[in-house]
Design a protein around this ligand. Structure first.
Ligand code: SPD
Length: 293
């Protein structure tokens, strides 16, 4: 699926307006039509039909995803972990309410269970209704298990070494997602990660939120022992330049995708490939490299 936002013919018929995420005195906006605004117990949810990237989701006025851009985020957060963990029987997703991360995990036949712990049931409900191409068949896959709870307290009840892969697909570190960037939460993730397992989280923009990004990578490295950021692009996010940080305990196994596993899922991607991944782990700017030494 190759999407060109300039030549894309939108089917939008309602009144059009600009919707912006304002971050650090810069606006990141798209033109389109607001379909719905709702307040959940946790956050303001907006569903927006954009001309350039199709139907999108904002939480507390921050862009989360959109139909024709979601691959830029969901492929990178999933495949380096799923192709490198020793086993991939049991996968845990914290957050991920739009379903895109679960969909990518369930592509692997060896995955026996994907548990998704999402704090906001309304995000799931609205994503199923307005963004069905994100979760696709994941919602009805018998291997998929949804828990509507706060992941931060939920992980404290999980027995040690339970999950082969843990993916934190969260919003920015304000509001309900703030605690997902804390040491105590990361230590719980390390405890419940099985030997040979891989942990990953979205780790913000090295450009628009440089300090948060650097602090996040350093903290994950401190907790797990091995952690590296991987850089890519999500055009709708602040600065467009985004990061995901991968971690493991015994060594940086996330840098080495298993060829036999990548072969089982090749040919279906828009962004991720072993070649893309290699570049994305190496594309670090000189100054970030200095600061992470
Ligand atoms: N600034 C936006 C960060 C949001 C990252 N999570 C997006 C959720 C997509 N499943």
């Amino acid at each position: 699926m190759n999407h060109d936002p300039i030549s894309f013919t939108s089917k939008i018929s309602g009144a059009q307006e600009w919707v912006d995420e304002v971050y650090g005195n810069v606006r990141y906006g798209m033109k389109g039509c607001i379909l719905l605004k709702k307040q959940s117990p946790f956050q303001r949810i907006t569903i927006f039909d954009s001309i350039a990237y199709g139907v999108g989701l904002l939480l507390d006025e921050c862009w989360m995803t959109a139909e024709y851009q979601e691959h830029c985020y969901h492929e990178p957060i999933v495949h380096p972990a799923l192709t490198s963990a020793e086993n991939i029987k049991n996968v845990l997703i914290i957050g991920g309410g739009d379903g895109g991360t679960a969909r990518e995990c369930l592509r692997y036949k060896n995955v026996q269970s994907v548990k998704m712990v999402e704090i906001d049931g309304l995000v799931v409900e609205l994503s199923q209704k307005y963004l069905p191409t994100l979760g696709k068949q994941a919602w009805s896959d018998s291997r998929f298990h949804l828990v509507i709870e706060d992941g931060i307290s939920w992980v404290t009840q999980v027995p040690s070494n339970s999950y082969d892969v843990i993916i934190v697909d969260c919003s920015d570190p304000v509001g309900p997602a703030k605690g997902l960037f804390n040491q105590s939460f990361l230590e719980q993730c390390k405890r419940i990660l099985a030997p040979g397992g891989v942990f990953t989280t979205q780790s913000e923009s090295p450009e628009a939120s440089r300090k948060i990004h650097l602090d996040t990578v350093r903290l994950i490295r401190k907790v797990f022992g091995y952690a590296d950021p991987m850089y890519g692009w999500v055009p709708m996010y602040p600065s467009g330049c985004w990061s995901w940080t991968f971690a493991s305990v015994e060594g940086p196994r996330y840098l080495h995708p298993k060829i036999n596993r990548t072969a089982t899922i090749s040919g279906i991607y828009n962004v991720w490939s072993p070649r893309w991944q290699k570049g994305a782990f190496n594309v670090m700017t000189a100054s970030i490299e200095q600061e992470l030494k």
